[in-house]
Design a protein around this ligand. Structure first.
Ligand code: 13P
Ligand code: SF4
Length: 349
């Protein structure tokens, strides 16, 4: 068992040796010990844009979760290989929408609403869900462009099926002025609506959620305000509607970073997003008073599965010329449809 220092040193040495053969993108929720090696950091949108633009690297070691690595594989050149250092780094939210549930649900929705629905998926979804959306005229979206993409969707069809995050769908819908009564939740397990679905329905929200962001509660908001009347509350739109409504600011990971980077010195913040990012912001801004909106500190188990040993092991495999066994490869039949959904988004972004 090498020490953390020794592993870090080995990681830098290997990265240097591999040079431009390897490109390492990293999501902002990654551990410090990992993100230090990233050539670029970003939120989901930026990482998708970078993957689409990066043509020279032979290998892309993706420091993020499974759906992000799949997205990179779909958008990169055929000869480029995408590596996810630990294949157990999934996403609880993406797992809440399977292609079988979607195909069954879609039939039911078609029976009720006919050809008036466009399927739109948060990028936090499997390649197969993206492919379904691509085949049916829909697109992907991220928390950075959700409003714009929903508006685009309404230019195509009367109704949106929004997968898989009900909270991002609801919060974005409300932001566009859609009344809550015009949105209805679809439960893919029980195959029923939760609430009334009828002619006024504009958004059908898939009943998925992020297991990290759902941990921020209205009670957390009330407690923070009680403890500190100067606090400003800043949350990700994967938090539930009431939390977002009661917060002072809400937006994507990139938005959260921008707000904090421009915050007045001495201001107080309670942030509702993944712990690694909150801790990094705290560390980078000692002049601000920053804390997690939930004092428990909410961490994404799967994001954290990409750790220093897994990253160094992936680099070592490549350097030794071994066939990496952590390649993510989306089947061509899926990728060819999923790319439509992703390109429709990238064209608007
Ligand atoms: P963004 O990077 O789009 O803010 O998404 C947050 C997230 O939960 C990624 O898994
Ligand atoms: Fe998925 Fe939430 Fe983790 Fe992001 S933070 S990877 S949405 S479980």
């Amino acid at each position: 068992h090498a020490s953390k220092e020794a592993l870090t040193e080995e990681g830098w040495l290997l990265k240097k040796k591999l040079g431009s053969r390897v490109y390492i993108p990293g999501h902002h929720y990654q551990r410090d010990e990992v993100i230090q090696f990233a050539d670029d950091r970003g939120d989901s949108l930026r990482l998708a844009q970078l993957a689409a633009a990066k043509k020279e690297a032979e290998y892309i070691i993706f420091c993020g979760v499974h759906f992000m690595a799949e997205t990179a594989d779909i958008l990169t050149d055929k000869r480029q290989k995408v590596i996810l250092p630990d294949h157990r780094a999934g996403c609880a939210m993406a797992d809440m929408a399977t292609i079988h549930q979607l195909e069954r649900g879609w039939k039911r929705l078609q029976n009720q609403f006919g050809d008036t629905i466009i399927p739109m998926t948060y990028i936090n979804s499997t390649a197969e869900i993206k492919a379904f959306c691509g085949r049916h005229g829909g697109a992907t979206l991220t928390s950075s462009n959700a409003g714009k993409m929903m508006q685009w969707a309404f230019s195509q069809k009367e109704r949106i099926l929004f997968l898989p995050d009900q909270h991002l769908g609801r919060n974005t819908g409300v932001g566009l002025g859609i009344p809550l009564e015009h949105m209805v939740v679809w439960d893919p397990i029980r195959e029923t609506f939760e609430g009334d679905a009828g002619t006024r329905t504009q958004v059908i929200l898939w009943k998925g959620y992020c297991t990290v962001h759902e941990l921020f509660t209205e009670k957390n908001v009330a407690d923070c305000r009680k403890e500190d009347s100067d606090v400003r509350i800043l949350v990700h739109p994967e938090c539930n509607y009431e939390v977002v409504r009661q917060a002072d600011f809400s937006g994507s990971t990139k938005y959260i970073i921008d707000v904090i980077d421009h915050a007045p010195a001495g201001s107080h913040w309670a942030i509702g997003t993944e712990m690694n990012l909150v801790n990094r912001l705290k560390h980078n801004h000692p002049d601000l008073k920053i804390r997690s909106l939930n004092p428990m500190m909410c961490s994404c188990l799967t994001m954290n599965r990409i750790d220093l040993p897994h990253l160094v092991w992936s680099l070592a495999q490549l350097e030794a010329g071994d066939a990496p066994d952590t390649i993510i490869s989306v089947p061509d039949a899926v990728a060819k449809d999923a790319v439509f959904a992703l390109k429709r988004m990238l064209e608007q972004s």
